[in-house]
Design a protein around this ligand. Sequence first.
Ligand SMILES: NC(=O)c1ccc[n+]([C@@H]2O[C@H](COP(=O)([O-])OP(=O)(O)OC[C@H]3O[C@@H](n4cnc5c(N)ncnc54)[C@H](O)[C@@H]3O)[C@@H](O)[C@H]2O)c1
Length: 435
Amino acid sequence: MRICVVGIGYVGLVTSTCLAEAGNTVVCVDNDGEKIADLKKGVIPIYEPGLTEMVKRNEKLGRLQFTMDLKYGVDNSLIIFIAVGTPSAPDGSSDISAILSVAEGIAECISDYRIIATKSTVPVGTCQNVVDIIKSKTSVRFDYVSNPEFLKEGAAVEDFMRPDRIIIGTNNPSVRAKMQQLYSPFMRKSSRILFMDPVSAEMTKYAANTMLAMRISFMNELSVLCEKLGADIELVRQGLGSDSRIGSAFLFPGVGYGGACFPKDIRALVHTGSEYGVEMTIAKAVQQVNIKQQQRFAERILNYFSGAEDQATLAVWGLAFKARTDDVRESPAIFCIRKFLDHQMKIKAYDPEASCSAMAALDGAIETLQNGYDVLDGADALVIFTDWQEFRNPDFEVIAAKLKKPVIFDGRNLYDPDVVKKAGIEYHSIGRPTV
Ligand SMILES: NC(=O)c1ccc[n+]([C@@H]2O[C@H](COP(=O)([O-])OP(=O)(O)OC[C@H]3O[C@@H](n4cnc5c(N)ncnc54)[C@H](O)[C@@H]3O)[C@@H](O)[C@H]2O)c1
């Protein structure tokens, strides 16, 4: 099939590349000239496991093209996906100006029937806004479908290739059939396509993200109580997750959730609720717990160095909001590091992929190094923010020898406290006794 994807970020680039991999011809459109120029040269703007090779292969085969020319994309496709960003506005609502601007752009150049599909996460009801804008500018026939994306950064290619489900929000049977045809290569064993109306499709995306974030916040709040009572949150997690009605996913306590989706999507849901006079009590609590959890972790470290913060150097492992991505948007690491910098602490950090994006987010106020052990030299403590695989089994003797005073603050509960204690290291983790 001939496809156009508008907005070539984490979602757009993965979507276009995976669709090209299935044999479709895809035109990728973005208004960021530098990004398009880089992509044409084979420079992939994001880190996502498995993506680079796939982009290069499909570009070489002529199935992926990169352009800033929306008209070219619209002319050469049947289905046009909108995958531009929908960041938070200052009032917590979702800023859909990029969506509306793309809708206008499509309306200005559409000359024959097209299916327009939104992949971006958009406030419930946006489907009607997009349809109205296009209809106000053109009489060319089109159909609209809400097709929210559920991929996870760090496993995005895998998720797209083997999705848990695909949500198709349209009441039109012929559009349903076309979308089913497009997605059938990704569900060979069994169809996991759910058809529904566009409004329910938009709502489903917010419901999923809020539910996942709720599980994290629930565990984080419990971890605080565990610390007070001397219980071990890791044992509680295992006991809880083994209940088949509950399941074990998304029950890891930590320094709080971040990223480009959970924080902004929950803010948007709360905002939509207030617009319609429905107080989203649970979603609000999820947000509050998450902010408190990040603050608590930062304060724990600041209190440890109380009175001498300005003389302390912290070695930091992990800047990305989670492993296997270079994305630092709303990363708890960035939140906490800003607090440390406010107290004149020095930061030496290592992240396998996110150093550049973190340096940009922090205006270069930290030092980043290429090796996790190098940041430890002469530092007063090691602070862990991200659960990268390579941090899971480090040489504790080297850590103890390199730090001025051997102490670890672990925001991800990566280690067995007894193992760390045996290496002579003071170990602070989440929801477990300090050893
Ligand atoms: N990142 C994720 O893990 C994820 C997962 C599921 C859904 N989503 C949703 O998908 C959407 C995109 O997220 P993302 O993380 O890929 O964003 P992103 O910021 O990485 O990418 C957005 C892209 O859109 C481009 N763009 C903006 N305005 C444009 C315009 N008018 N014309 C053409 N291009 C334009 C930007 O240059 C950028 O390349 C958001 O609504 C997000 O909530 C994201």
